[in-house]
Design a protein around this ligand. Structure first.
Ligand code: URA
Length: 197
């Protein structure tokens, strides 16, 4: 089976899994090129995402799109999803138990897409992979987990709230093409944490 078919099947399995929390919201599975070497992972859908059943289509999504374009990539050429795939009420933070119940599905989704580089958007997604990391200290660094690089960056919504965060968010994005280009080389190195300039 190809990746698209496997992802469709996973999405249907998720839709049928009534034990998943936040059933009152729509399933926002994720979208993009399943063959992309880059996977962006956010936190959870917001109001606009819940309505359109697509990830990052609100204000934060518009910023994400413009950043993707700023490095001459196209949104449809990367894959975008969230750790929690239904909207928490009132846009509250996802609860640890919600992150936990959605975890097996995200794990499978990552295995199917098999990206070289995972860009985490915000601290919840970062802490999913790097439980002890701190966003202000560790954003824009390159970590290695198994055969993938993890690059934590700020959440677009945080960038929209602060000029300083916006500047750091933009700077992180500018590093992404080189990280993707050098991913194989970086993954061949044995250190668990790799720093970029
Ligand atoms: N914030 C997220 O973390 N994900 C979305 O899809 C939209 C907003």
């Amino acid at each position: 089976m190809n990746k698209e078919t496997l992802l469709k099947k996973l999405e249907e399995d998720m839709r049928g899994d009534k034990s998943l929390s936040l059933q009152e919201s729509n399933l926002v599975f994720g979208e993009g090129d399943a063959d992309s070497p880059v996977l962006f992972i956010g936190e959870a859908p917001g109001l606009t995402e819940n309505t359109q059943k697509r990830p990052f289509v609100g204000r934060g999504g518009q910023l994400l799109n413009s950043m993707v374009q700023s490095i001459s990539w196209k949104r449809e050429d990367v894959y975008i999803t969230n750790i929690v795939k239904r909207r928490p009420p009132d846009n509250r933070d996802p609860l640890p138990e919600e992150i936990a119940v959605y975890r097996p599905y995200l794990k499978k989704q990552i295995e199917i897409i098999n990206p070289k580089v995972i860009v985490t958007l915000g601290r919840f997604s970062m802490n999913y992979f790097l439980p002890n990391a701190k966003i202000s200290k560790d954003q824009s660094k390159v970590f290695r987990i198994g055969n993938r690089l993890i690059v934590p960056i700020y959440h677009p919504a945080a960038a929209l709230r602060s000029t300083q965060v916006m500047n750091e968010f933009k700077a992180s994005f500018q590093k992404l093409p080189k990280i993707v280009e050098k991913a194989d080389e970086m993954l061949a190195k044995s250190k668990s944490k790799l720093k970029t300039s």
